[in-house]
Design a protein around this ligand. Structure first.
Ligand code: GRF
Length: 224
């Protein structure tokens, strides 16, 4: 592998299946990165167990131990920066981040969102997609900018909505594609392909703006 692996920090609050997908992809040699820190704001997050099992450094920073968002986010930044991470990967981190945090990691802060952005920002996307009678749903990896779920989208994968789907069955299918596109986006970043323009509006690929998010078709979710 050319060059050193990219040091990354992964922030979680819960199950951590996306963290696991990234751990596994790195272990398979597909992503030239090394996880220098896993942070959870929730001591009971199952993802912490996954991180420990993989021998990764973990920190629990419980937001209830800080008086306000800004001071909590400062503690987060200190922990992340002390680990040497150059990329911050939000993987089900259920906290709104303050503008100074987002600014500090400008162009090196990624999130995964369970919808085909810009549609269905916010929470409960699976139920909302079903209620709207959509035929297609999916997941998106994007750079984070101060407005919620609004940063430029790097890569998306659609999934079909099937008759009889519940929010749970749909969530399962969305997770399958998340576990493909998140490691892929980290790989692209680690290989030096990805950037964000100074306005925070466009994704750059090898320095040139991407006209559309990259699309990945995960065949297993389309097979009947
Ligand atoms: C994923 O659905 C992701 O899109 C959203 O939070 C969920 C995290 O799942 N941001 P997991 O903890 O990685 O299993």
């Amino acid at each position: 592998m050319a060059g050193n692996p990219l040091p990354i920090a992964v922030l979680i609050s819960g199950n951590g299946s996306n963290l696991q997908a990234i751990i596994d992809a790195i272990a398979r040699g597909e992503v030239p990165a090394v996880i220098t820190l896993v942070v959870s704001n929730n001591a009971d997050a199952h993802g912490l167990e996954r991180a420990r099992r993989a021998g990764l450094p973990v920190r629990v920073l419980d937001h209830r131990d800080w008086p306000d968002r800004e001071s909590y986010d400062r503690a987060l930044m200190e922990a992340i920066d002390a680990s040497g991470a150059r990329l911050v990967v939000l993987a089900g981190f259920m906290r709104i981040l303050s503008d100074p945090f987002v600014e500090h990691y400008r162009g090196r802060l990624l999130n995964i969102h369970p919808s085909l952005l810009p549609r269905y920002k916010g929470l409960n996307t699976h139920a909302r997609v079903l209620a709207a009678g959509e035929r297609e749903h999916g997941a998106s990896v994007h750079f984070v900018t101060p407005a919620l779920d609004d940063g430029p989208v790097i890569v998306q994968a659609p999934v079909p909505v099937r008759p009889g789907d519940t929010p749970e069955t749909l969530a399962q299918r969305v997770h399958q594609v998340e576990h493909v596109i998140y490691p892929l986006a980290v790989k692209w970043f680690a290989e030096g392909h990805l950037g964000m323009d100074p306005e925070g509006k466009r994704v750059l690929w090898d320095g040139r703006p991407l006209d559309h998010p990259r699309q990945v078709r995960v065949e297993s979710v389309w097979a009947a």
